[in-house]
Design a protein around this ligand. Structure first.
Ligand SMILES: [Zn+2]
Length: 100
């Protein structure tokens, strides 16, 4: 299985309890009351069988969107793309700064 759209984007989800989830995906949609994050990949039929395929490319059976995370929208306060990591690896929201 290989990324079709290059390295995925880094996302931060601030949860209602204040915890921050960091994940890497091409994008997300809202399905049935949940954020559904996914990546566009090239995968064999066998690889697709072991993954959660959420969208397909009609003209190219090997090119599919695979889910990487689902979270109920009610549990999420904020979603943003994380800035390119600073030298300390933290986003502007700094949830994982080494300096703290
Ligand atoms: Zn952030």
């Amino acid at each position: 299985m290989e990324y079709e759209a290059g390295p995925p984007t880094r996302w931060h989800l601030t949860l209602r309890d204040g915890a921050v989830l960091e994940l890497w995906a091409d994008g997300y949609g809202i399905e049935d009351g949940a954020y559904e994050f996914s990546v566009l990949v090239r995968a064999t039929e066998e690889e697709q069988g072991g993954a959660e395929v959420v969208a397909r490319t009609p003209a190219d059976p090997g090119r599919v969107m695979v889910a990487v995370a689902r979270l109920a929208t009610a549990s999420v306060q904020d979603v943003h793309t994380a800035s390119a990591p600073a030298r300390d690896g933290a986003c502007v929201c700094r949830p994982f700064s080494w300096e703290q």
